[in-house]
Design a protein around this ligand. Sequence first.
Ligand SMILES: C[S@@+](CC[C@H](N)C(=O)[O-])C[C@H]1O[C@@H](n2cnc3c(N)ncnc32)[C@H](O)[C@@H]1O
Length: 235
Amino acid sequence: MNTLDHQTALEQTARKRIKDSHALDGDVDRLTHFYRGWASSYELDVGRDGYCGPMIVAELAGTVQTAYLASERPAIAILDAGCGTGLVGVELKRLGFRLIDGIDLSEEMAEQARGTGVYRHVQGDVDLNGPLSEYSSASYDITVCCGVFTLGHIRPDALRELARVTRPNGFIIVSTRKSYAETTSFEDEVRRLQDAGVLVTAQCLNDGKYIAEEGAHYWVFKLPDRACAETEQQL
Ligand SMILES: C[S@@+](CC[C@H](N)C(=O)[O-])C[C@H]1O[C@@H](n2cnc3c(N)ncnc32)[C@H](O)[C@@H]1O
């Protein structure tokens, strides 16, 4: 096999793996098993496919801090939900953030993230489809979630827990692959949470670059003042 054929074969293998990851039906055991086997080659595979989601999400976090937050970047507490091997954390560190925690379902992916040295703490075995019971309400200034609102991974209603752990006047930044946004009730969930006063859509970058095979939408949600949210929930 010549070098070009070898390159093409590697790209095809990477694409198949990425595609297979979308067929896991949100099943915790299947997801855990799949990512256990992918953790060591994940970054090479998504890199071959031009994955730029982590850079965009991190840069949105940087923009939000500059535009809206009083504290300097090193003092901003960030939760990287579904941190995987730590690609978002590395980008956040590059932009000057220092207080970054990561959580992920896969202990093997989390272990890779720990190895980057950019996180304050990384916790594996955390299911974003359930309550984040070990995490107090209003703990983070910014919560980011990249590549996880993806087919076969987490449900749109996971957004509510991300909102709970983010402080009033804080921000949530998430990517949704186009195929996910088109085939799930993500936008309905956003409307529900907005109507309940849980969050407000501050910005949405539609169909941005994400990975070779398709684009993604990038959402920036703002959490209202606590007083405001409580009043609206009582209505
Ligand atoms: C495509 S990777 C994205 C990782 C990283 N955020 C990035 O952008 O490279 C998806 C990650 O979501 C995690 N994941 C999938 N389902 C999950 C769930 N229910 N709860 C928590 N993490 C989950 C996987 O273990 C994997 O690390």
